[in-house]
Design a protein. Structure first.
Length: 259
């Protein structure tokens, strides 16, 4: 597995597959590139997909200091530089969508088109999940957390016919320190002030039944980013890109193919 080295010396593992123009796929909080394993092939033939393992996940090293979505965005650029890729389409979901906001705002010359999936601007302007969800996710019982996450990610109908593995539930190999760092990075994300600076063509996608990252965040992003458009996937929860891949993947490809 190839690695790039960030300016602070942390090694970032990355993966490249498929053929076509480069498409960076950014995973959710506390997840490695495996988040995309079941759907990335939807883009192959039309796109070369580039994924990487966030600091503290998969084959990447841990951050020597703190973690932040801005830092993860800089790691995206480190990987692109290592690959010799000047510009790429960027598609981020969940925390990956928060990272993608910073990639597009801080490195506008590197982003051709931007897709923000099931994500939030963060800060005081973003809509947070309700207290019941927060309490369930902070349970000391790992089984309660797993059941809660599955219910937030997928519909009961889909779970009844798909027995796993479920790749969106987190990287179990993470250290407790890295896991806390990812949680802090996501919780402290606030890109509200820079969203109007995004110049890339932008599509905002969200499940209309998402309570993990409330659907109300989608119109916030759409209104804040110049020229952005929004699509809500009917009946979808947080992992719309997996459960509703027959809708979501072509939707994203059609948007990326527009010029």
């Amino acid at each position: 597995m190839p690695h790039a080295t960030a300016p602070d010396g942390v090694t970032i593992a990355y993966q490249v597959r498929g053929e076509g123009d480069p498409l960076v796929l950014l995973s959710g909080q506390a997840n490695s590139h495996e988040w995309w394993e079941d759907v990335r092939e939807d883009f192959h033939g039309a796109r070369t997909t580039i994924t990487f393992d966030y600091r503290g996940t998969g084959g990447s090293g841990e951050s020597p200091t703190t973690y932040s979505t801005r830092q993860f965005a800089d790691d995206v650029v480190t990987v692109l530089n290592d690959l010799g890729v000047d510009r790429a389409d960027v598609y981020g979901t969940s925390m990956g969508g928060r990272v993608a906001q910073w990639v597009a705002a801080a490195h506008p010359d590197r982003v051709r088109s931007l897709v923000l999936g099931c994500t939030s601007p963060g800060g005081k302007h973003g809509f947070e999940r309700d207290d019941d969800v927060r309490r369930a996710l902070s349970s000391p019982d790992a089984d309660v957390i797993r059941r809660t996450l599955l219910d937030l990610m997928y519909t009961p109908e889909w779970l009844a016919t798909h027995r796993g593995p479920y790749r969106t539930l987190g990287d179990r190999r993470m250290s407790p320190r890295a896991r806390r760092g990812h949680l802090s990075a996501s919780n402290l994300h606030d890109a509200w002030d820079v969203l109007p600076d995004i110049t890339a063509r932008t599509l905002v996608v969200h499940g209309d039944a998402d309570v993990f990252n409330p659907t109300a965040n989608a119109p916030l992003l759409t209104e804040r980013i110049p020229g952005a458009r929004m699509v809500l996937v009917p009946g979808a929860r947080h992992a719309y890109f997996e459960e509703f891949r027959e809708v979501a993947s072509p939707l994203v490809l059609d948007f990326l193919d527009e010029r």
